[in-house]
Design a protein around this ligand. Structure first.
Ligand code: ISL
Ligand code: CA
Length: 550
């Protein structure tokens, strides 16, 4: 297995709006981030992934960019960005930026020009089509509800937007668009950043027939119709060859629609494309035909199968990131753990899971202090365009508004977008002003001051485990093998590198669970709780054993 720095380090995602407000206007910003670098350094993470901070009308919280070369004034200035980058590097950490190039904002100058006339020089920067039978060109639906086409009165044609109508899709067929994006890459790389997280990158090449999509389930439409288009590898390889390979940086692609069958086409070591991907298979679990607000049941057997299948698919030839939440999905402890009576234990178990699989771990802000989902009761307390659009769509189609809000409690993106709890004081120490979205009322119990007051807290568990992981090459380069256990509550796997073996045993349940595995020759080196019973695990107990093989 090839040794690379980006396999050995750990990523931490900052969602800037909600991280720390430096100037009291209620919105997280660059100065706020600078003021909290001590925290990140103490925690021991290596790479900061910053969600978008560019100029944006904020229809989708910055994932709708109107100027790739400027910082949103709510976040600060370019000078402050340069200072932040400097500070991060001075502490030995790295910074990767979010590259959102499947679409821009409709307020981007390119789109404003493009929509002026059919003959405009920038017309072909976007995807324009005449309507069909008095309606849109085809039946494609947007990720955030409704048709993926919007009629523009000025020229009487429709433009494609796979996300909101304020996020028109760029036309990557146009070589000028590709050159514009290369310029954007160069601009940020020349500043000295350490790489990119590439938003919805498998969507950039469209199937140009624009045929109607069969409608089995939205996720299938994404994988088979929107994602993995015919030229996607040509385009990604183009960015690599023209720009990226000239810098020592890492790239991680966000991959809706990238299945394990096609994963290596993006991250195979010989491809000249991406270093790793965030595949979303485990994130999309439980999404029914109409998506996250149309839930279906799933459980740990499905989660474990996804980890196993992906590891097998990558083998020694490719690489993924390991994560259980981000800014688009619920808090990991609420979704995969137990955020009530076993919150601490289950949060620690999930930390072990993330930090012991094969792949680069990615930790979302607030996870290190054990933050959980929020339950707002009024739709007006929610800010996310996805939640608001689907609220309208579902309630107009007859769903009881109260029922819909219950779904939002479980699946909504604002669960992870409320401000970080730094203290138990005013606004959880996030802002002197009025936060742009309300603070989760549980901040009095769950906050950084509290977890730092106790050596047995989630925070110190992460801190110590991150240090431990760095000293264990087997956890980075070792093979990954799942061990079948009779108890369904257990997740047992081995990492092996040469003579060294680590055995990880996780009881992902609220029950005591018997262990069948023979532990002769193994010594326990890590756990998340004390337990004198060797062959029975306590609820949410996690253990690591070590053995040297001759
Ligand atoms: O949140 C999702 C489903 O409800 C995902 O499908 C998500 O839309 C998808 O993974 C793409 O996400 C990325 O691109 C979006 C942006 O809204 C997300 O925040 C971003 O992570 C459009 O840029
Ligand atoms: Ca601010």
């Amino acid at each position: 297995m090839e040794k690379k720095w980006w396999k050995e380090e750990v990523i931490y995602q900052i969602y800037p709006r909600s991280f720390m407000d430096g100037n009291g206007d209620g919105i997280g910003d660059l100065q706020g981030i600078r003021s909290k670098l001590d925290h990140l350094e103490e925690l021991g993470i290596d790479i900061i992934w910053l969600s978008p901070i560019y100029q944006s009308p904020n229809d989708d919280n910055g994932y709708d960019i109107s100027d790739y070369y400027d910082i949103h004034p709510e976040f600060g200035t370019m000078e402050e960005f340069d200072q932040l980058l400097n500070d991060i590097h001075a502490r030995g950490m790295k910074l990767i930026m979010d590259l959102v190039v499947n679409h821009t904002s409709d307020e981007h100058q390119w789109f404003e020009e493009s929509r002026t006339s059919i003959n405009d020089a920038k017309r072909d920067y976007y995807i324009w089509k005449p309507g069909k039978n008095g309606g849109p060109p085809n039946n494609w639906r947007s990720f955030f509800g409704g048709s993926a086409w919007e009629l523009d009165e000025k020229t009487g044609e429709y433009y494609l937007h796979l996300f909101t109508k304020k996020q028109p899709d760029l036309n990557w067929e146009n070589p000028k668009v590709r050159e514009e994006i290369n310029e954007v890459l160069r601009f940020w790389l020349e500043k000295g950043i350490d790489g990119f997280r590439m938003d919805v990158i498998p969507l950039i090449s469209k199937r140009l027939e624009f045929a109607d999509a069969p409608q089995p389930s939205f996720n299938e439409v994404v994988a088979e119709v929107y994602s993995n288009g015919p030229k996607v590898h040509e385009y990604i390889n183009g960015m690599y060859e023209s720009v990226i390979k000239h810098y020592d940086v890492m790239t991680v692609g966000e991959g809706p629609g990238i299945t394990k069958e096609v994963g290596l086409n993006y991250v195979g070591h010989d491809r000249g494309e991406l270093n790793m991907i965030f595949h979303l298979d485990h994130m999309f679990l439980g999404h029914g035909p109409k998506g996250k607000f149309d839930p279906v049941n799933y459980g740990w057997p499905e989660i474990k199968k996804i980890f196993k299948d992906w590891d097998e698919a990558m083998g020694d030839s490719g690489w993924i990131s390991i994560f259980l939440d981000n800014h688009d999905f619920p808090r990991l402890v609420s979704r995969f753990g137990n955020d009530q009576e076993h919150r601490e234990a289950s949060a620690k178990l999930l930390a072990v899971l993330i930090l012991t699989h094969r792949g680069t771990p990615c930790i979302y802000q607030g996870t290190e202090i054990g933050m959980s989902n929020v339950k707002f009761n009024d739709i007006n307390q929610y800010k996310d365009v996805e939640t608001l659009n689907f609220y309208t769509e579902f309630t107009e189609a007859g769903t009881d508004p109260k029922k819909f809000i219950e779904l939002v409690h479980e699946h909504g993106r604002d669960n992870v977008r409320t401000p970080i709890h730094w203290t138990d004081g005013k606004n959880a120490g996030f802002s002197e002003g009025t936060p742009w979205i309300e603070v989760n009322p549980n901040y009095k119990e769950i906050n950084l001051t509290e977890v730092k007051s106790r050596k047995d807290s989630i925070f110190y568990f992460y801190k110590e485990f991150l240090k431990f992981r760095k000293e264990q090459p087997v956890l980075i380069y070792g093979s990954f093998d799942v061990i079948e256990e009779p108890s369904e509550n257990l997740y047992v796997y081995k990492r092996v590198l040469d003579a060294e073996e680590m055995l990880i045993i996780l009881n992902h349940s609220d029950e005591h669970s018997p262990l069948a595995f023979n532990l002769d020759g193994y010594s326990k080196i890590q756990n998340n709780m004390e337990n004198t019973m060797e062959k029975v695990l306590l609820p949410w107990e996690a253990r690591i054993y070590k053995r040297i093989n001759s």
